[in-house]
Design a protein around this ligand. Structure first.
Ligand code: SF4
Length: 384
């Protein structure tokens, strides 16, 4: 197979982890701290990290940049500008780069010119943390809960930037189909081009996980979860959204270019504490500790905790896993990277899954059906 994206092998995305939040939401295990006094130190460190990588990756063309977190919208605009300037100075950045910025509604309300200023800096995609339009769910998640203000903030974003993603969470205890329908009706009416819909996960060491252990909270059972997942899928698909990844729906042409890099096994460089990278078939992750991150960079050392070259067996597992969760397992890609004939090696699993309606086999793709998609993680563990 001639790799279609031979040129793309020198393309990459950049992820920047902004590790600050106003307060911690009860369910979240992303790395962030609430001490904003060290934003300046962090901003200096990230610039150092960029400069070190300039020597390693100055031949790459970067065509997506993603500010995630944490809460990027907490940063002062001048800090964001400095980071972006540093990126432009040290890397080759494509002229049509998709630049995504995660925002929380509180920041849009408090900083009146935030979105306008972000747009002036070249940010062309916003990811809006809404999660739900029911006060009781937002209270449960320990999030900002003023529904009118959340709506106001989202509508304000849309006045400046069209390419918007909204994050929603389903399967929250006490949530019902009517709640979901209300939220989706509102988003569809606004013609939001991209919706990420996640099932509530009970991550270890979060306050919510502790409540489960203490039996103070009862999660929805898997039938209810499936019903909600399916309900969302049906509503969005009947409104012309493409279900292009297990948790992601987009109107045609609005798929997230940056996230597609993760799912299509392409290069991306992660910056900031706890970020992950994959460049030239090497994976690594940074320390999940901002103090350590700052100290190492202050000594001109990269803040890498673990690093490993992907073996053929890692690549095989990753290509299957990523494919099952998105547009299907790419049989030729697996052959190209590993030499393995996927159809032969997994003949029995493929037959069983297709016979039971969980998957379909095409010429070059093995794709999960609606029923299979919901069980993708379990299918991966049991059959591949
Ligand atoms: S969900 Fe977002 S705002 Fe809440 S703690 Fe996690 S990163 Fe911060």
């Amino acid at each position: 197979m001639k790799l279609k994206n031979n040129k793309d092998s020198h393309k990459a995305g950049i992820y920047i982890h902004i590790p600050f939040c106003r307060k911690k939401c009860g369910y979240c295990d992303f790395y962030s701290i609430t001490n904003l006094n060290i934003v300046d130190k962090f901003s200096n460190s990230i610039k150092k990290e960029i400069k070190i990588y300039n020597q390693l990756y100055n031949t790459f063309l970067f065509d997506t940049i993603y500010f995630g977190g944490g809460t990027p919208s907490l940063l002062e605009i001048k800090v964001i500008e400095k980071i972006l300037n540093c990126l432009y100075k040290n890397f080759k950045i494509d002229t049509n780069t998709e630049i995504t910025f995660e925002v929380n509604p509180e920041d849009i309300i408090e900083k009146k010119d935030l979105i306008n200023n972000l747009k002036k800096l070249g940010i062309n995609r916003i990811s809006f943390g809404m999660q739900s339009l029911q006060k009781r769910h937002l209270n449960f998640l320990n999030r900002f809960n003023n529904i009118e203000k959340i709506k106001f903030a989202l509508e304000k974003v849309l006045k400046y930037i069209i390419n918007v993603n909204v994050d929603i969470i389903h399967s929250i205890p006490g949530m019902n189909l009517k709640d979901i329908s209300n939220t989706l009706k509102y988003l569809i009416k606004l013609n939001i081009p991209h919706i990420s819909s996640y099932s509530l996960i009970y991550e270890e060491e979060t306050p919510l996980f502790l409540k489960i252990e203490q039996k103070k909270v009862k999660p929805l059972d898997s039938d209810e979860e499936y019903e909600q997942y399916n309900f969302i899928k049906e509503i969005l698909e009947s409104n012309n959204y493409i279900h292009y990844e297990i948790s992601n729906f987009a109107k045609k042409g609005y798929e997230s270019k940056h996230n597609l890099k993760y799912w299509n096994f392409q290069n991306y460089l992660g910056l900031g504490p706890s970020s992950h990278s994959m460049m030239n078939l090497v994976r690594w992750n940074n320390y999940r500790n901002i103090i350590k991150y700052n100290i190492l960079l202050n000594n001109n050392r990269l803040p890498i905790e673990n690093e490993y070259k992907l073996s053929k067996s890692h690549i095989e597992t990753e290509l299957i896993y990523l494919g099952l969760r998105s547009s299907g397992v790419d049989v030729q890609k697996i052959k190209y990277y590993t030499g393995i004939n996927f159809k032969e090696k997994y003949r029995k699993s493929i037959e069983l899954l297709t016979k039971n309606g969980f998957a379909k086999l095409f010429k070059n793709k093995f794709k999960l059906t609606k029923e299979g998609f919901f069980l993708a993680d379990e299918i991966m563990v049991r059959y591949f």
